[in-house]
Design a protein around this ligand. Structure first.
Ligand code: BTN
Length: 327
């Protein structure tokens, strides 16, 4: 598809697509139907946004470096497949991306709409726990999905998201993340990602599923608050080097599209297989801690509904719907 330059954003896309080759200022001006000075002003604005654009005499503009940001243009540059992502809405700082995604979904935003922020000041996790979301360090993102399914199948999308993110971290950073039931990603015993799934539904039909994902990407050990120091990690700590957040966000979105499609076309079985293969929980002796009881035994699998099955010491099988899993 031919990309026509008409503003600063489309100019950026054009320079990105050129892959380091100069693009003539006159050609850009002719194409946009503006003066060369107007093109130059867009270039200045890109530089103010943190991009490095070199002007090569008689040849044109070259994009030399991009800022470490989750801007739509940067994420799109890395998308391997653009069928899934419809819109990316990027904020500098928000309370939480979750209520913003709910509002967008209610106002008719389509399946594949993404709300992403550099910082959250009131990030939240499961069971209303706070979620530490420091500026520029992670991927704090809510994705709107609108599958045509009944509400009881919605929890399967948490498992789809876990598979998608787990494999994206491996593909992008070669870090071996594993899935801890129901929706944490661990490296070793430390948490690298949390997933929060929320639902808008009629009694018989899902209106929207909001997948909130918090990925610790570029924190160093002393970036975490004291209470997380022993239990959290980041992709950077595990990879031993800075990680491109936009590339990782794009890999997550590419995989979310890929595994949602697989689920719609072939059902839950291939997702269940991938989840179990990449799970940290299956085969492990665990304690499932619930409000009123604790179940101890070996985790043996998940059901079609995402329920964790534990073989208890007396040989029986217990299905766990919601619990904290220890160790
Ligand atoms: C958990 O492990 O408890 C889930 C954490 C989910 C955090 C993400 S960050 C993006 C989105 N916005 C939020 O406020 N929470 C989710």
């Amino acid at each position: 598809m031919e990309l026509k330059v008409k503003d600063k954003e489309s100019l950026l896309r054009r320079l990105m697509v050129a892959g380091g080759e100069p693009v003539s200022g006159q050609m850009l001006a002719d194409e946009a139907g503006v003066s060369r000075t107007a093109v130059w002003k867009w270039v200045r604005e890109l530089e103010e946004d943190g991009y490095t654009v070199r002007s090569v005499r008689k040849k044109g503009y070259v994009l030399e470096a991009s800022p470490d940001r989750l801007s739509p243009a940067l994420i799109r540059q890395h998308l391997k497949d653009d069928r899934f992502v419809k819109d990316i809405i990027h904020y500098e700082s928000v309370g939480s991306t979750m209520p913003l995604a709910h509002r967008e979904a209610q106002n008719g935003a389509p399946d594949g709409t993404v709300i992403v922020a550099e910082e959250q000041t009131e990030g939240r996790g499961r069971l209303a726990r706070p979620w530490s979301s420091a500026a520029g360090k992670g991927i704090w993102m809510s994705v709107i999905l609108k599958p045509d399914i009944p509400p009881h199948r919605a929890p399967q999308f948490t498992l789809i998201a876990a598979v998608a993110i787990c494999l994206a971290i491996r593909e992008t950073a070669e870090v071996e993340a594993r899935i801890k039931w129901p929706n944490d990603l661990l490296v070793g015993r430390r948490k690298v990602t949390g997933i929060l799934t929320e639902l808008q539904a009629d009694p018989d039909r899902v209106q929207a599923i909001i997948i909130g994902t918090g990925i610790n990407v570029n924190q160093e050990l002393d970036d975490f608050p004291a209470e997380l120091a022993d239990i959290a990690t980041s992709v950077r700590i595990e990879a031993g080097q800075q990680v491109d957040r936009a590339a990782l966000a794009a890999a997550v979105l590419t995989n979310l599209g890929k595994y949602s499609r697989l689920y719609i076309e072939e059902g839950f079985t291939p997702i269940k297989e991938l989840w179990e293969k990449n799970s940290d929980t299956i085969g492990r002796k665990v304690n499932a801690v619930m409000m009123r009881e604790k179940v101890t035994g070996t985790a043996i699998g998940i059901t079609e509904d995402g329920v964790l099955e534990i073989r208890t010491e007396d040989g029986g099988i217990r299905g766990i719907y919601s619990a904290d899993i220890e160790p």
